[in-house]
Every structure is written in C-alpha cells, then in structure tokens.
Design a protein around this ligand. Structure first.
Ligand code: FPP
Length: 243
C-alpha cells in the first residue's frame, strides 16, 4: 500500500504568482487617469523582480492582461499595450544583466505584430538566464490556455507523438503554455477582491492563496517579504494526512 502520510512540509515559496489588481482604483482615488495606476504598477513590477532572488523566489508569474481585459475602453487597452512595449524595450538589457529569464504565456496572435516581435526577441535574449524565471501572462485566461493545450495534444496525437495511455497530469502540464515550469506555490492577489479570475486554473490546484487589501501600486518588496513569511508559517499537505 502506498504511504500516504507525509511529514510536516514547509518549503519557502519558490514560485510566486501574482494577480496585480487595483491599478485603476489606486489612480481614480487620487484623481488621476487609470493609466497612471498602470504606470505605477510597472514600477512595482521592477521592484518586485529585483527583490525576488534575495527572497529565495526563483519563479515569478505576473498576470498583466487577461482575455477579458479586451473589453475595457479602447484607450486603456492601447495604453496598456504601449506600456508592455515600453517595458520590454527599456528593461530587456537590464533583465539580461540581472540574470532574469523572461517568458510570456497567453494567446499572442491577437496582439499587434510589433509587440509580438518584441516579446519573442526578449525571450530569446534572456533564454540562458537562470537567476529568476519571470513569466508574464498577456491575453491570458486559464480556460483559454486549457483549450490551447488540448489542441496541441490532439495535434501530437494525430502526429503519432502522443498515446492515450500516456495521458497523465505531467503530460497535460507539458502541453500548457507553462510547460516546463513548476506549479506556483503561492498566489497573491491585491486590491481586496477574493477571486482567481481565470488565472493558472490547472497549475494552481494546490497553491496557497493570499488576498491582500492593498492595491498593486502600493505593493512593495517588503510586502512580498511579509507574504513569504506568512506562507512559511502555513502547512502544505497536498491532500495528505499530517505526520
Ligand atoms: C488590474 O488593475 C491590472 C491590470 C489589468 C494591468 C496590470 C498591468 C501592469 C501592472 C503593468 C504592466 C506589467 C508588466 C509586467 C510590464 P485594474 O485596472 O483592474 O484595477 P481596478 O480593478 O482598480 O480597475
């Protein structure tokens, strides 16, 4: 019989995934346009990326634009796309220097060609880096990703590369946009909203969650450090009985 009793399991969170919410509210409360909140949000991204390696975080996944975000006002969507382009152009060289590998998940085909090229080029430039694995979700939805993975599996099966008897959790994970990346240990969401909004539906099955009352533009490296301390005080049992 398999031994289902596991001992106390308290690793530090190596993979942190963040739903960066509340940029719009942060700006509106200050009488600023919503885009000012997103700009401040990018500054927080830089701060958090810098802090991760010192805090023992090896993987950081950020939810930057959901499949639902296309429904926003045209000027806000255009502003966000401009910010993504600006971030990649401005940060690419620094990411290389800092040892950060940047990857994107999501449906790229609906993004403009210029942005798609920039994304591919920064992925290429940072391919050899190992200090921090950063993944940015753009035009991403968990259900949409499951459809993409299923299509890839059907294609592989048609090509004779995937057999029904090989279908298990690891195989499905490999076909997701995040194939090859570990599952998140800790998922954070800012802004006080308590929902997962279609983020990493498959991957976060056993993740710990932490919902924070502050908006993303107020999230600092210190906030991340507190969240990790809180995570370290929790017990993760993965459905098993405590030893
Ligand atoms: C949610 O806040 C945030 C977004 C839809 C955009 C997140 C993007 C960034 C932080 C900047 C870009 C990131 C990278 C990696 C370059 P909201 O607008 O839904 O806030 P609200 O709920 O208060 O309206």
């Amino acid at each position: 019989m398999p031994n289902t009793r596991v001992t106390h399991f308290k690793p530090s969170a190596a993979h942190v995934a963040i739903i960066m919410d509340g940029n719009g509210r942060w700006a509106t409360r200050r009488g600023l346009p919503r885009l000012a909140g997103h700009k401040r949000g990018v500054e927080r991204v830089r701060e958090v990326v810098e802090a991760c390696p010192e805090l023992g975080v090896t993987h950081l996944t950020l939810y930057a634009f959901s499949t639902e975000n296309w429904k926003r006002a045209e000027d806000e969507v255009a502003g966000l796309m401009r910010l993504f382009r600006w971030y990649i152009r401005k940060e690419a060289a620094k990411l290389v220097e800092a040892g950060v590998r940047l990857r994107f998940i999501g449906n790229r085909s609906r993004l403009d060609e210029g942005l798609q090229k920039l994304m591919a080029s920064v992925e290429d430039m940072t391919r050899e880096n190992t200090r921090l694995n950063m993944t940015v979700a753009i035009d991403y939805g968990g259900r949409d990703e499951i459809i993409r993975a299923t299509e890839r599996m059907i294609d592989a099966a048609d090509a004779g590369e995937l057999k029904r008897s090989c279908l298990d959790e690891d195989t499905i994970s490999r076909f997701m946009d995040t194939g090859g990346l570990p599952d998140p240990d800790l998922v954070l969401r800012t802004s006080g909203e308590v929902r997962i909004s279609n983020f990493l539906l498959w991957q976060a099955a056993y993740a710990e969650y932490n919902f924070l009352d502050i908006c993303w533009p107020d999230f600092t490296a210190e906030t991340l450090s507190h969240c990790l301390e809180n995570y370290n005080s929790r017990e993760r049992r993965f459905g098993a009985v405590m030893g």
